[in-house]
Design a protein around this ligand. Structure first.
Ligand code: FES
Length: 142
């Protein structure tokens, strides 16, 4: 088999493997209204199945607008926080840092505590907090 034939035969299995991996990652990482994949969800609300997500302290989940973090045990709203993802400085999505228990903006270093208050960096205003309700094993934001 020459090199060209070998590469052509290799393309299809690689593409199929990539498609399977991408589908699997999207399904496992994000939950949105109705329990499906994000699919670019841009709403200010979403639902989380607590039997599958946010099971350990420090774990988090997000969609395009909101990030939710588990801060304590128990399935009550006070065990979680839901904040706007967009940094109040210039809108970059903040990251959750579980070891420091704070949100950090990767763009200019703004830091926010678990109440959304700015605790350092470029931003001077707080991240908006979203209301959380829990019904059975479903956490709802917004
Ligand atoms: S955009 Fe977040 S600190 Fe500038």
């Amino acid at each position: 088999m020459d090199r060209r034939t070998f590469i052509q035969e290799l393309k299809l299995p690689i593409m199929a493997t990539c498609a399977i991996c991408l589908g699997s990652c999207a399904k496992d990482d994000i939950t949105t209204p109705g329990g499906g994949n994000t699919g670019g969800n841009t709403t200010n609300s979403f639902k989380v199945d607590l039997t599958k997500e946010l099971q350990s302290i420090g774990s988090f989940i997000f969609n395009d607008k909101i990030i939710v973090v588990r801060l304590a045990t128990g399935s009550v709203p006070s065990s979680f926080v839901a904040l706007q993802r967009a940094c109040t400085h210039q809108g970059t999505d903040v990251n959750w840092n579980a070891s420091k228990n704070e949100f950090i903006c990767p763009n200019h270093g703004a830091r926010f505590n678990t109440s959304g208050q700015n605790i350092g960096g470029q931003s001077t205003s707080a991240l908006p907090v979203y209301a959380i309700t829990i019904s059975g094993t479903t956490l709802s934001v917004g």
